[in-house]
Design a protein around this ligand. Sequence first.
Ligand code: ITT
Length: 203
Amino acid sequence: MLRFVTGNEGKVEEAREYLPMAVEQTDYDYVEVQSDDLAPIAARGARESFRELGGTEPVAVEDSGLFVDALGGFPGPYSAYAEYTLGIERVYRLVEPEDDHRASFRSVVAYAADADSLDEDVTDDDPDWHDGVTVEDGVAVATFEGTVRGEIVTPRGDGGFGYDPIFEHEGRTMAERSTAEKNAISHRGRALAKLADWLAAQE
Ligand code: ITT
C-alpha cells in the first residue's frame, strides 16, 4: 500500500491508474519549503510525511505548477498561490503582451520508503531510472519529474481544473480534453509512469 499525501483527490485517482499497488489518500500538512524548484519541495514533504506517518508504509507527495518562459518560470512552485490570489485569467493577461507564450506544466512525484525495502542498486544514483535518490537515516527518497510543453492562450474549455483552460498543447487546451486524454499526456502522468517503471524494475 502507498500513502499519497495530498488534499487533492484527483492526484490520487491519476496515481491509481499508473501504480501497481493500492493507493490511499492521506491528509497530512507537511511543511512546504521555499524553493524555485519543485523537487526539493516534494522530496522534503515526502521525507517528513514518511517519518510522521509511522515510518513503515511508503509515501508519495506530488508538487506541480505552471512555468511560463517569458515570466522567468513564474508562477512555478507558487502556482496554487497565484491561482487563488490572481486567478488564471489575470495570469493569462500577464503573459498576453509578451511575444513568447511558451510554458510548461511540471510535476515532481517524490517517493519515500525504508531504504532496506529497495534494491541496493536503485539507491545508487542511476539517472536512467530516476531524477535522484537520497538516503538519510535509513529512509530513501526518489524523485520523478514529468513535463508537458504548451502555450498560454485565452481561456477555452470546461474540463480539467486549475490552469487547464489557458494551457494549449497540440492545438487544444487541457480543458478541451477528456480526463483520459489529458492524463495520457499530462506532466503528472509522465512522472507517475517513471515511478511505476522504477518500482517494476525492483521486482
Ligand atoms: P496538494 O494537497 O497535493 O498540495 P494542490 O492541488 O494544492 O494539492 P499543488 O500544491 O501541487 O496542488 O499546486 C499545484 C498548482 O498547479 C495548482 O494551482 C493547480 O491548479 C496547478 N496545476 C497542477 N497540475 C495541474 C493540471 O494538471 N492542470 C491545471 N493546473 C494544474
